[in-house]
Design a protein around this ligand. Sequence first.
Ligand code: HEM
Ligand code: HEM
Length: 197
Amino acid sequence: MDQTTPVPTASVRIRGVDALHPDGQYSRLAKWFHWTTVPLLFLALATGVTIRFIKDDAKMDFYALHESTGLIILVLALARLAWRGFSAPPALPDHLPPHMRLAAHAVHHLLYAALIVQPLLGFFTTNAYGFPLAGETAFLGFIDFPKFMEAHETLAFVLHWAHSLIGWALPVLIAAHIGGAIYHHALRKDGTLLRML
Ligand code: HEM
Ligand code: HEM
């Protein structure tokens, strides 16, 4: 490069619009929260549905992995929502028709709700089974959580049922969300996906 050519320090702007993010973008931290949660959620879902097929000592490792991942997702979701309070996401672009705005908001709200309710349900389920996160299933393998309730079989059954229900609804929601992102990027060719990259 010629010594006099300035090195670009900001993203390219065409007629005043950020060419990489024509529809605005989420903050760096919001993107970090989003993309860190994605693999963790896939791990929680994958371990959740496979635990029942795992035997002996490995089963306890699966519980510890599933439960620890789930609780990390909860902490990330709470921190993310707190951050969202400080740093509002970019407004949806004007070219989005009302039904798409409604769909995007509905799916985002449901995803946030699931990221919080699902780990809590799992946590209360294990406790209602009389099986707190301690010993072999300690949080991250070494942090024991105190037992805070007595085992309650009926409550455990109901909580487990609700946890399973959301566990199976989540992939549907995620598929709709990813489908929406692909639709916007590949078919509608707008800047929606770029908002999160
Ligand atoms: C976002 C986080 C989580 C997701 C997506 C998730 C998902 C799942 C799924 C899909 C299942 C299988 C349900 C079924 O086949 O009936 C499951 C089972 C289970 N989850 Fe979670 N879970 C999460 C967090 C947690 C947490 C934090 C705990 C406990 C602290 C937990 C405890 C359990 C237990 C005890 C089971 C039953 C496993 C078995 O014995 O079959 N989960 N979870
Ligand atoms: C699998 C787990 C995922 C979860 C739980 C999730 C959750 C969310 C949530 C809650 C939001 C709203 C953020 C906010 O407004 O504060 C969001 C936005 C977004 N997500 Fe995901 N997401 C996931 C995966 C993906 C994937 C795989 C893609 C890309 C293919 C994607 C693309 C986007 C985009 C583009 C936005 C911004 C939408 C907008 O412009 O408002 N997400 N996601």
